[in-house]
Design a binder for this molecule. Structure first.
Ligand code: SAM
Ligand code: SF4
Length: 471
């Protein structure tokens, strides 16, 4: 065992990066690295980066400027600080990062972080290292599992990557290039990982993948669908809630839709990005479905689970998008009634087909459409939250709130809920009556019966009832 050194990992971008960052820390723990929340104390700084939009990638370089100054100050005190850039910017830009930011010691691609102990050893011996090859070995297999203490410190809700990469090649997206081809982890390994999490106190697991519902991992009797995997995980003692994200509308298979009806552990909330409501733009994006196809999937899902809360991603200002195309997107938002959504201005990414398309939309028009889109989403979300007022449903308490005596939990629909409740309820599910709603969260009181099992979720309530008359 080597002496203890401090590790600071900063995650940019999606939940997959959050999961990867945790696994990097787990892999470095046996090497003597202990996580710190303070970058000033760190002996090793890892930036786990996102390349999805230009703004996300540029953030990394401004952060590197700040860390370089810390590294120089530490060197003046005789302390060596190593800087590593991991994730999708590392994968996409490789050695260019060291050229632009020479203080960086190590560049490690999104498929190679299981090699970190070895790569850091090389850096310590004085090399600059760039490793962005797609390896032949299974990264997940080679990673150290988290200790029970690390899992506990991360809380009662955990992410587990079950699928990675993407073969869809939407024309705006870098993921197929930075994360590579679609792969699914075998069932047995996921089951084992979730069992370990449950033993350490985790109660809610979100299965993640760039295209999670395309999951087709090897099971004991051939490839398993995501629906079969979810049903298997629901049998694990201690796992009370399951979610999955992010799904592609094309891969919303019948058995997965049925799981929303049949599996009580599968929460009534789904992130189902549509990007645009215009068929012309959807075709140019290579999404391979129309808005009618999307609405048909939504209808089938809501037939299976009427109170299903839906969220989405939207891109405004994709090349060729006209005011008419945009107006159709606004109509779709009204029609679906989302409980929330992420929205972005189109950002041309080098190497993707969209970047070379004619008819790029002016920045000012993108900004103006984004404002209108976000106003429509806020209205929809506010209506959804208002529909929860006065209802009683089970809340999983995750952590202390901002004020003394307050806890923060999650509703079945993924809204944060703030409640005055004893600390001992963290990690448990209790019935809460919603007394007040705000833009992004709910406030409630513990219901007379705190036994959530007696309350359940009113699955027969239709989502438009939740959205309320004011939508
Ligand atoms: N796989 C998911 C899907 O099919 O929708 C999404 C993955 S991507 C990491 C998350 C979101 O980033 C996308 O849904 C899209 O809205 C947004 N995004 C991706 N590329 C973008 C770009 N070039 N410009 C703006 N937003 C982008
Ligand atoms: Fe990117 Fe998602 Fe399209 Fe794959 S399906 S290319 S991850 S937006």
């Amino acid at each position: 065992m080597t002496s203890s050194r401090k590790l600071y990992v900063k995650s940019f971008g999606c939940q997959m990066n959050v999961y990867d960052s945790q696994r990097m820390a787990d892999t470095l723990a046996p090497e003597g690295y202990v996580e710190t929340a303070s970058v000033e104390d760190a002996d090793l700084v890892i930036l786990n980066t996102c390349h999805i939009r230009e703004k996300a990638a540029e953030k990394v370089y401004s952060e590197l400027g700040r860390i370089r100054r810390l590294k120089e100050a530490a060197a003046a005190d005789g302390r060596r600080v190593l800087i590593a850039v991991a994730g999708c910017v590392a994968q996409a830009e490789g050695a260019e990062i060291v050229r632009r930011a020479p203080a960086v010691d190590l560049v490690v691609g999104s498929q190679n972080y299981h090699r970190l102990p070895d790569l850091i050893g090389r850096v310590e011996r004085g090399d600059k290292v760039v490793d962005t090859q797609f390896p032949v070995e299974d990264k997940f297999e080679a990673l150290a599992p988290p200790s029970v203490a690390a899992t506990r410190a991360r809380g009662v809700a955990a992410f587990v990557t079950v699928q990675e990469g993407c073969d869809k090649f939407c024309t705006f997206c870098v993921v197929p290039y930075t994360r590579g081809a679609e792969i699914s982890r075998p069932v047995e390994r996921i089951v084992h990982e979730v069992e370990r999490l449950a033993d350490a106190g985790v109660r809610e697991v979100t299965l993640i993948g760039q295209n999670v519902n395309a999951y087709h991992g090897a099971g004991p009797d051939g490839p398993w669908s995501l629906a079969r995997l979810v049903a298997r995980l629901a049998q694990i003692d201690g796992i009370e809630r399951l979610r999955y994200t992010t799904s592609h509308p094309l891969d919303m298979a019948d058995d997965l839709i049925a799981a929303h009806r049949d599996l009580p552990q599968l929460m009534p909330q789904l992130h189902l990005p549509v990007q645009s409501g215009s068929d012309r733009i959807l075709a140019a994006m290579n999404r391979r479905h129309t808005s009618t196809d999307y609405l048909a999937v939504v209808e089938r899902l809501r037939a299976a689970r009427p109170d299903l809360a839906l969220t989405s991603d939207f891109i405004v200002g994709f090349p060729g998008e006209t005011e008419d195309d945009f107006a159709v997107t606004l109509r779709l938002i009204d029609e679906v009634g989302y409980s929330g959504a992420f929205s972005f201005k189109y950002s041309p990414r080098p190497g993707t087909p969209g970047a070379d398309m004619a008819d790029q939309v002016e920045e000012a028009a993108k900004a103006e459409r984004l404002r209108r889109l976000q106003a429509a989403i806020d209205k929809s979300q506010a209506a959804f939250n208002r529909g929860c007022l006065g209802r009683t449903f089970p809340v999983l308490f995750e952590r202390p709130g901002r004020y003394d005596g307050q806890l923060v939990g999650r509703s079945p629909y993924l809204q944060p809920v703030q409640v005055e409740a004893p600390r001992g309820l963290i990690g448990t599910i209790a019935a809460v009556t919603v007394t007040e709603v705000a833009a992004n969260s709910l406030f409630g009181t513990l219901a007379e019966t705190t036994d959530a099992a007696q309350v359940g979720v009113d699955a027969n309530l239709h989502a438009p009832d939740l959205i309320g008359a004011g939508a």
